[in-house]
Design a binder for this molecule. Sequence first.
Ligand SMILES: [Zn+2]
Ligand SMILES: [Zn+2]
Length: 159
Amino acid sequence: MSEPVVDGRAGKAKIVICPYCGKAQAMAASCASCAGEFSPLSRQATQNEMGPWFVRDENQPFRPGIAYERLLAMIDESRVTRNTILRGPTTGQLWTVAKRVPCVAHHLGDCHACHAKINPHLTDCPNCRVRFGAWLDRNHLGLPEIRPMPWDPDGVEGD
Ligand SMILES: [Zn+2]
Ligand SMILES: [Zn+2]
């Protein structure tokens, strides 16, 4: 065995993969693409904020999912607004607009159920009475159970 090929060119330059956005790059203290620091504490801080919510951002399409608390902070910072596209546990991980997302829309002044305009942060809708709630489980994606497709061998259709 010769020396390990780190970057595919058998060169001397050490290549690292950014743990946050996946960008391959020369060794450095922080990422050339997302500016995330590669230190252990920075990794820990990022993992602490990871969760099952994803905010669509074409400038940073490979960022990890975030925790509900982080999502609410982004609303406070106006980095997530009524028309931001996101997905998470209450959307079954399918992309939709924030003002229609249960557990999120009411913090933006919308009822996800009846679409009424409301004062942000209420616990239930004055119009349709739906309860709003929060999603604090950061390790659960909220995916529905796997259902067989019609063309699967053990699908419901066929016999
Ligand atoms: Zn990065
Ligand atoms: Zn409502």
